[in-house]
Design a protein around this ligand. Structure first.
Ligand SMILES: NC(=O)c1ccc[n+]([C@@H]2O[C@H](COP(=O)([O-])OP(=O)(O)OC[C@H]3O[C@@H](n4cnc5c(N)ncnc54)[C@H](OP(=O)(O)O)[C@@H]3O)[C@@H](O)[C@H]2O)c1
Length: 157
């Protein structure tokens, strides 16, 4: 963020026009630089996060700063969901819980403390995506999904 933007933002906070701040596509270096210049801690950072791109360093770093992490492309993003939703590890875990692969992925995000914002225009998928509170993944299953990380980012903004 430029110094001009930071000055504008500080003024908006001082004028009471902004009470909290969310950032998107911010990483460790950027957040350290930013928070050293401002006196309000960002509430949330939204980044690409899914089992093939897990942000294993960034997520705990933000959590330690008290910042909520939010996942965009929680299923890998349009054009990439097919591979992730048919990943054999995810499908195996889904079968064990009698849920869908999408529900396993959302549950993994939730249990990591990451807020997921799945995109869907299908009412049945939307219902499925909010129905993730009737089961939980074991630590072994969380570790199996952690092992799927490929550092494979699908978009840059
Ligand atoms: N801040 C940023 O830079 C940034 C960048 C990119 C995206 N985003 C935001 O991130 C959010 C998610 O992005 P996205 O929608 O592109 O990616 P996504 O949530 O990873 O994937 C959406 C795809 O998954 C399918 N899907 C959803 N639920 C499903 C289910 N239960 N079973 C099977 N398929 C399912 C959807 O198809 P159906 O419609 O058929 O369900 C759609 O094709 C959006 O709000 C977007 O605006 C933010």
């Amino acid at each position: 963020m430029t110094s001009r933007r930071i000055r504008q933002w500080k003024k908006a906070v001082a004028d009471g026009k902004i009470r909290s701040l969310g950032l998107s596509n911010w990483y460790i270096e950027e957040i350290d630089d930013f928070i050293s210049q401002v006196d309000i801690r960002p509430a949330l950072v939204q980044n690409e996060i899914h089992p093939y791109y897990q942000e294993q360093a960034v997520v705990p770093y933000m959590h330690n700063l008290g910042i909520v992490m939010q996942a965009w492309y929680p299923f890998g993003g349009r054009g990439h969901t097919g591979e992730l939703l048919s990943d054999e590890t995810i499908v195996k875990i889904a079968k064990a819980h009698n849920v869908t692969a999408a529900q396993v992925i959302l549950r993994w995000h939730l249990q990591r403390g990451v807020v997921a914002i799945p995109g869907s225009s299908d009412p049945a998928h939307i219902l499925e995506n909010i129905s993730v509170f009737g089961f939980s993944l074991s630590s072994e299953e969380m570790n199996e999904i952690a092992a799927l990380d490929r550092n494979e980012k699908h978009d840059w903004y």
